[in-house]
Design a protein around this ligand. Sequence first.
Ligand code: INI
Length: 156
Amino acid sequence: MEVRTVEGGFIGAGLRIGIVVARFNDLLTEELLKGALDCFERHGVERVDVVKVPGSFEIPLVAKRMAESGRYDAILALGAVVRGETKHFDLVANEVAKGVAKVSLDTGVPVIFGVITVEDELQGFNRAGVKSNKGFEYAMTALEMANLMKRFKERE
Ligand code: INI
């Protein structure tokens, strides 16, 4: 039996990455952004463009524009949705998740869901640098998916 496995690596050389980051809860999102940039720099990514939007709800539209530009091998969407006490949490969290998935499927460009959804700020800080930095981890996912999709293109 012959088994062939296809997967993406983490080499950043030659990759162009777009980041769209929400300003809402920016104490958290700026830390996610720092973690992501640290990851891309250390993996030798050639170029990163960062676009800032007001809140996570606005992410999908800008991610779509960036994906359609053809300039990026992957888009990383960063945001922080904190439950708080309103229903807004669920609405925003659901819409950004659906929107990001749709953009990725519609355009064929990997759009990585780097939006943390947390109960409160403390949980948010723990995921944005205090215990670990999810921005760094999501950036790794962007690298892997960018390289994986390149491999498919090479085989076409
Ligand atoms: N945007 C976020 O990124 N995180 C949140 O926690 C949040 N909450 O809970 O309200 C939030 N709301 C703003 C939203 O993303 C839009 O910017 C706003 O509704 C205008 O469209």
